[in-house]
Design a binder for this molecule. Structure first.
Ligand code: S3P
Length: 167
């Protein structure tokens, strides 16, 4: 693979799982941007948002994405759910000629996964109504990704679809 793949989509759409499985299949590195941020900053995305506010987190996120793209071999990167809605981040991904992939999952599936694990704190999805509005309002941005994939498919099919998109 000579091209980086960037996986985008709403919280709970399966970005991290798909990215890990895809990277294993392609034999390349994988970066989960939220984990990368946690390692660099010593605080999770949720903690940064709670302590410093969302705007501050977005600056941290853009810097981290730039550094992740700058340094290293072709790889798979899964973004946090809001990263792709930021124009500067989309520009960085385009500059590096990455394949952007939107995992499009219906809100009900995302919400089921968001609420299934109470240990994963998602400050921007504190209740169903807020999360549903955010899911709807972000679709226009997610649509700007180059590859649009129905995230309700089986994991193996999702990975095959992306692999075909790389060909
Ligand atoms: C966010 C999603 C989270 C994390 C942060 C903000 C968002 O990542 O980056 O809480 O704005 O949707 P996941 O999509 O991995 O939950």
């Amino acid at each position: 693979m000579d091209r980086c793949v960037v996986i985008v989509g709403f919280m709970g759409c399966g970005k991290t799982t798909v990215a890990k499985t895809l990277a294993r299949q392609l034999g390349c590195n994988v970066i989960d941007l939220d984990s990368f941020i946690t390692e660099r900053e010593g605080r999770s995305a949720a903690e940064i948002i709670a302590q410093d506010g969302e705007a501050s987190f977005r600056s941290v996120e853009t810097r981290a994405l730039g550094d992740a793209l700058e340094n290293g071999d072709p790889r798979v990167i899964s973004l946090g759910g809001g990263a792709w809605t930021v124009e500067a981040n989309r520009a960085l991904v385009a500059q590096h000629d990455c394949l952007s992939v939107w995992l499009d999952a219906p809100f009900e599936l995302c919400w089921e996964r968001i609420t299934a694990n109470p240990n994963t704190i998602r400050p921007l999805a504190p209740n169903l109504e807020t999360a549903q509005k955010l899911h709807e309002s972000r679709r226009a941005s997610y649509r700007l990704a180059q590859l649009h994939i129905d995230a309700t498919k089986e994991l193996a099919e999702l990975v095959d679809d992306i692999t075909r998109g790389l060909a």
